[in-house]
Design a protein around this ligand. Structure first.
Ligand code: SF4
Length: 735
């Protein structure tokens, strides 16, 4: 712990104990040892002392032992030549501070019965409410347990302007926190600033003016102690249980508007015992290493417009978005809803316009939680049928966030966007496709609502790893292309992470059932060499997703006995698929198009189809709108391959799988590939050339036809013959 802070805290504690003890001695003389003392209307005595020591302070005479305990706890004041460089003495000093302050405040109730209003709201003459009685405590304390209020901000002092004070108070209220206010800065009291700015204060608005001096900070700590006693089942005297309960359950912190006095340091050190850190706008030494608190203990020099965000981050408070505030209905019930042609207002992506969605992680200070911006025209600026480009860029930050989790979070966009009534989302990455229905537009849909949904739901579902989320939505072509460019690099880096892993080196594959809302019997089996057909989930993503959510859609699947290494048939995989498809699919060959192929949902990046005359396989990607040699366009093929059924001869594949060693292994591998659209050939060109060279046939690349050679089987067959394509010499693919 910083020597400066530690010595100031110990100095402050000594001053407070001296001051309290002096007041006590005077009271003892005046009232005698038998004089009853208490906080008003409470069965918890002096709650900090009761919680920590199990001692019931009922009479002035009972305080004697507690002052003795304070003196025992109080370490020697730090001097230049005596220095014990550890945290414990400062924490003890902080604890003694609260004991002394609690007794001081109890005597204040005796000496000045009208010092506090003892009401829920300020009166015309006085806004200092004092300690919460048991009526208020019962009503409010339960909110700390049922999640309605995650915790409180104990504020010492005040910012210089009433506008800043109001803004900070509002920000804290928006996070559902209670705001306990104490003391002043340069003669300015925060409750006074709020009242002057027409902000209502009192328990009902969660803006609670506890007291005009730092000693009333003990009311905040006492409140936390009572929550642990009353609702946490912690016994009086179980100090460890009480401190841990509050550290884990009560998201509280101190905000100190400097200058910071020795007495404030003593209170801050005391609060650290409960895991409550201090955040200050003032230039004080920081205590950054974690230890007692979840993260940092003291953070300084925080500007006023960042102080709430910083406090929330440092305390590790998880944002709980309870309501998704959009005008359309929202929920899983709408996930499978389609937006058909007649219902369509406009669409983005799906080959009609450029579109992309990507989630990346950033540093904490680069993300402003809840920020949703839209650059470009919104739905109200366009006519029906006018399609727009679209980029959805989500930036997240979190103490527990890892870049490995990015694809899992990004893949949530699909079902979360589909939760919005009247909006349909297909595809992913840079082949995403969003259809906006007329009904949604009539209800007031804006592109920003997608951001509101993603922000709220990602917090709800992934609160354990995400602290901050901001969403940027672009509907201008230039911006969309910029995001696409950035996203391409991100996708590439993700795909490369698999490195040298092969299906043989791993005993466990991962399932994905995320698309069962569209295709109830569909199960993707994700192997190191065959990523999910949407192209968004690879084996590592499946593993990371399982780590985040062990009961989620990505489960580890033991391969079990290998029944056929060429087809990619495994006993464990079959058993899993049978159970996960509820008996609809009993066997799956991971590497075959013709025998028990993997089912497809509707999200595949591309479709593979057998071309009987050519004795080969064609693959068409989603963005290719033209005719294919199968006699069908992508959309017709998608209808045949999708829906969660096994259709030998048709299969959903990812673009990445096109260059895998396991591609169509049962049918002879890449040598069966006879046709792909030029755009796909260009996109995967380098890797495909490498793959052809790997099998000793570098010339194969030029033998694979595209629409430039033809779009009918006859035309392609002609070309294959001319080139001497190996597929023509292979065993008949259809027996
Ligand atoms: S296509 Fe497969 S891997 Fe991708 S999200 Fe759907 S079920 Fe999961």
């Amino acid at each position: 712990m910083s020597k400066i802070i530690c010595s100031a805290a110990i100095r402050g504690a000594k001053k407070i104990i001296d001051m309290a003890e002096e007041t006590y001695e005077e009271a003892l003389k005046k009232y005698g040892a038998e004089q009853e003392v208490s906080f008003p209307n409470t069965a918890y005595f002096l709650p900090v002392i009761y919680s920590m020591l199990g001692a019931k302070v009922e009479k002035l005479g009972d305080m004697k032992d507690i002052f003795r305990e304070c003196r025992t706890l109080l370490p020697p004041v730090v001097t230049e030549d005596i220095w014990l460089p550890y945290l414990a003495p400062a924490l003890d000093a902080g604890m003694a501070t609260f004991f002394a302050e609690e007794m001081f405040e109890a005597i204040r109730y005796l000496n000045e019965p009208d010092f506090y209003t003892k009401t829920e709201d300020p009166t015309a003459e006085n806004f200092w409410l004092g300690a919460a009685d048991d009526v208020v405590f019962r009503k409010r304390g339960v909110e700390f347990v049922d999640g309605t209020a995650p915790g409180f901000a104990a504020i010492l002092g005040a910012p210089a302007s009433r506008e800043t004070a109001s803004k900070i108070a509002l920000e804290l209220q928006e996070k559902n926190l209670y705001i306990f206010m104490h003391d002043q800065t340069d003669g300015i009291y925060m409750p006074q600033e709020l009242v002057d700015n027409n902000v209502q204060v009192g328990w009902n608005t969660r803006l609670v003016p506890f007291g005009p001096s730092y000693t009333s900070a003990v009311f905040a700590i006492g409140f936390a102690c009572r929550v642990a006693l009353a609702f946490g089942g912690i016994k009086p005297g179980d100090y460890r249980g009480n401190l841990l309960y509050n550290k884990d359950r009560t998201f509280a912190f101190v905000i100190a508007f400097g200058p910071v006095s020795d007495e404030w340091y003593a209170n801050a050190a005391g609060a650290i015992n409960w895991g409550f850190p201090t955040i200050s706008d003032y230039d004080i030494p920081e205590i950054l290493p974690t230890g007692i608190c979840t993260y940092e203990h003291v953070v300084a020099n925080v500007p006023h417009d960042e102080i709430v965000q910083k406090a929330i981050e440092v305390r590790g408070l998880k944002i709980n978005v309870t309501k998704i505030d959009i005008p359309m209905s929202f929920g899983p019930a709408f996930e499978g809803e389609r937006v058909r042609k007649d219902d369509l207002f406009m669409e983005c992506g799906g080959g009609r316009t450029p579109a992309v969605e990507v989630l990346i992680s950033k540093e904490m200070d680069e993300v402003e939680d809840g920020k949703v911006i839209l650059e470009g025209p919104d739905i109200g600026d366009i006519e029906q049928g006018q399609n727009l480009p679209l980029a959805i860029l989500v930036e997240v930050a979190g103490r527990e966030m890892q870049s490995d989790f990015e694809p899992i979070l990004e893949r949530q966009f699909h079902h979360l966007t589909n939760y919005i009534q009247g909006i349909m989302h297909m595809g992913q990455r840079n082949i995403m496709w969003v259809r906006i229905g007329k009904a949604a537009v009539e209800k007031g849909f804006s592109f920003k609502h997608i951001g509101v949904v993603l922000h709220g739901k990602l917090h709800q579902d992934f609160g354990a790893i995400l602290d901050k989320i901001q969403v940027k939505i672009f509907t201008e072509k230039d911006k969309v292309e910029q995001v696409q460019q950035m996203a391409r690099k991100v996708y590439e880096a993700r795909d490369l992470r698999l490195g040298a892993m092969t299906d043989e080196t791993e005993d466990v594959f991962y399932s994905c059932t995320l698309c069962q809302s569209f295709a109830p019997s569909h199960v993707c089996i994700i192997t190191p060499e065959r990523i999910g057909m949407c192209g968004a989930y690879n084996w590592l993503d499946g593993k990371a997703s399982y780590q985040i959510n062990p009961t989620g859609p990505n489960q580890p699947v033991e391969k079990g006995e290998c029944l056929d290494p060429v087809k990619g048939s495994f006993a464990g995989i079959n058993a899993f698929v049978n159970q996960a498809s509820r008996g609809a699919v009993t066997k799956v060959s991971c590497y075959s198009l013709m025998i028990d192929p993997m089912t497809a949902c509707g999200c595949f990046e591309a479709i593979a189809a057998m071309l009987p005359q050519c004795n080969g396989i064609m693959v068409v990607n989603r963005d290719y709108m033209g005719m294919t040699p199968s006699g069908m366009k992508f959309t017709t093929l998608a209808g045949m391959a999708g829906g969660g059924m096994q259709t030998p001869g048709f299969m959903g594949v990812s673009k990445h799988y096109m260059t895998s060693k396991k591609l169509f292994m049962a049918e002879g591998g890449v040598k069966r590939l006879v046709w792909i659209p030029k755009m796909l050939k260009d996109e995967i060109g380098e890797k495909l050339k490498e793959r052809c060279a790997e099998i000793g046939m570098p010339e194969l690349f030029d033998m694979i036809a595209t629409e430039e050679q033809g779009t009918t089987e006859e035309e392609i067959l002609e070309f294959l013959k001319e080139k001497g394509h190996p597929a023509l010499e292979m065993e008949a693919a259809i027996g």
